[in-house]
Write a protein that binds this ligand. Sequence first.
Ligand code: UGA
Length: 436
Amino acid sequence: MKIAMVGSGYVGLVSGACFADFGHDVVCIDKDPAKIESLNAGVMPIFEPGLAELVATNVRGGRLSFTTDLAEGIAGAGAIFIAVGTPSRRGDGHADLSFVHAVAAEVAANLKTPAVVVTKSTVPVGTGDEVERIIAEANPAVRFAVASNPEFLREGAAITDFKRPDRIVIGTDDEWARSVMTEVYRPLFLNRAPLLFTSRRSSELIKYAANAFLAVKITFINEMADLCEKVGADVQDVARGIGMDGRIGSKFLHAGPGYGGSCFPKDTLALLKTAEDYDAPTRIVEAVVKVNESRKRAMGRKVIDALGGLDAARGKKVALLGLTFKPNTDDMRDSPSIAIARTLTDAGVEVAAYDPEGMELARSLMPEVTMTKGPYEAVDGADAVVIVTEWDAFRALDLERVKTLAKTPVLVDLRNIYDPAEVRGRGFAYSSIGRV
Ligand code: UGA
């Protein structure tokens, strides 16, 4: 089947490349000529493990192409995916749907053959109705249906998540749309990936509910971690102990500096707005958003404590290892590192940082921070070393070298990747999350 993917950002590009890898004929469309030009030259606009190779293979196989021309890109496509951004609207936290609506209007103006228009962008409940209205009004003659098909891809693991999904959610009441979407996902269906058909509105809400629930889970274990520190318990044991209960599950129970990224912060806010609009407030999610926000600065204060308090911290130097909101991405959006760096520099602390992929974007977000060539350059002369993001490269640091380079052997491990006894045994003052 020919598939058009409108929007060649993170979701569009990964989904488009994976669909092509399944044998579909995929055209990825984007308004940004520079992005299309670089994609045509084989240069990826984002860092995602395995993506460049997947794109190259499928371009070579003639199944994947890129264009800025929407009319040409959607011509003859059986499914047209809308995969453009839905950022938080400035000021009120609602999802900004202007890009989705603009694509719907452009698709409507150019649609000549029957197609299922699929919203893959994360969109609030009712957006599918609006997309349907826009197309029906502008192009009443053409046969089309609008379906919702949210994505559940994690940055850094997006290709595996796409190819081995826990489930594929498809929201539509239209029989024809159902059969087209079944065809689109047939290769995964054969791998026994469960296809869940729901109404369009349920599907739209599933996406927000899933992200909000995961954010709740993370925030819950983060608060348990704080309690563990007070009562002398170990949060990793607590997480293991509750996670072995099949009703709770062990995933997303890693305590840390708070969630960040392009999805949880924006989607939890948008869910709050929808809930407010429909007069069905979601108090738990409200609390999660607040707790997570204040946690990021609290992590900065934790580092200041490790330096001996506010007075002692002034003029000292801290090395931040890891800046992205999680490993294997260059994404800096809402990363806890931003609030941590700011809290430190506000307190007169000098900050040096290293990240394997995020420094280019980080430079503009934290101009007061010195970016270094490698982890050991950041550690050089530091009064404390802080692990902010659990990149593999930081899991087996040469601790003897760290000790020699640092001014004082203080390690603050915000991701619990080191064993406290071992690190202390090597002469470090060590603090982590929810472990004493
Ligand atoms: C998230 C969801 O996991 C995906 O299912 C969803 O498709 C995606 O959002 C989206 O809506 O597009 P992502 O933002 O890439 O994916 O990253 P996650 O792996 O979920 O991590 C989010 C944040 O939570 C990170 O800052 C991470 O460090 C933090 N986290 C995650 C924890 O602190 N503890 C955990 O146990 C898990």
